[in-house]
Design a protein around this ligand. Structure first.
Ligand SMILES: [Zn+2]
Length: 215
């Protein structure tokens, strides 16, 4: 993931935890906003796959799959008129925006965000507050950053949001997904279906027996 709190080169508990958190947010959107029901979460061995098996979406072509992906991850900046309406997609985008802003460590190289802006984002992120309805108030943060640079930030975050998920797997109808119970050879972890995302821990539930015995 291009924005994550850890600094590892492969996968670690921190980024896997953040990937799971993101997967849960995506599942909430698939269910709540898009009305999909037959959703399975699978730990792939080094990340998470969300498998949607609702019949009508299974029959859809790549184009609609791409639209669903873009909506769920927040890959488009809401229009100026919609930004003032704290509902639906605007809320989804703002939540993702604030989530990214809070996870930035300062070491990232993000296209469209220069080091000075990155610094100012971190310096001013404590200005973001929630109102009584639980919606983020971005006005003070926006004025501290400046309107032009704020637009740059929104554009950059929309691009980052898309790269937080593996888009190719989503839209490519010919991809073969890793089968639960198979082994991911790079990390020696098993692919398993996550039955309860509240208690799932890949370091407990996806380490194969022969590796555990070695430890
Ligand atoms: Zn990590």
């Amino acid at each position: 993931m291009p924005i994550r709190s850890c600094n590892c080169d492969n996968v670690c508990e921190i980024c896997l935890g953040e990937a799971l958190e993101l997967a849960r947010i995506y599942i909430d959107t698939l269910k709540g906003d898009l009305g999909l029901k037959n959703i399975h979460l699978v730990y792939s061995g080094r990340g998470y796959h969300i498998r949607v098996l609702d019949q009508f979406i299974m029959e859809e072509e790549a184009e609609l799959r791409g639209e669903v992906l873009k909506y769920v991850v927040g890959a488009g900046v809401p229009t100026k008129e919609r930004r003032d309406i704290p509902l639906g997609y605007t809320n989804l985008f703002n939540n993702n925006l604030v989530r990214n802003i809070c996870h930035i460590t300062g070491k990232e190289k993000i296209e469209g965000i220069n080091p000075k802006l990155l610094k100012d984002i971190i310096k001013n992120r404590n200005q973001i507050e929630k109102d009584k309805n639980g919606n983020y108030q971005l006005g003070i943060f926006r004025s501290k950053i400046g309107p032009r640079r704020y637009e740059n930030l929104l554009d950059a975050m929309a691009r980052i949001n898309l790269s937080m998920a593996d888009g190719k797997v989503t839209i490519d109808l010919k991809r073969i997904l890793r089968l639960p119970s198979s082994l991911h050879s790079k990390v020696s972890m098993r692919c398993v279906e996550v039955k309860n995302s509240n208690t799932f821990d890949p370091f407990k539930h996806a380490i194969p027996k022969f590796v555990q015995e070695r430890i």
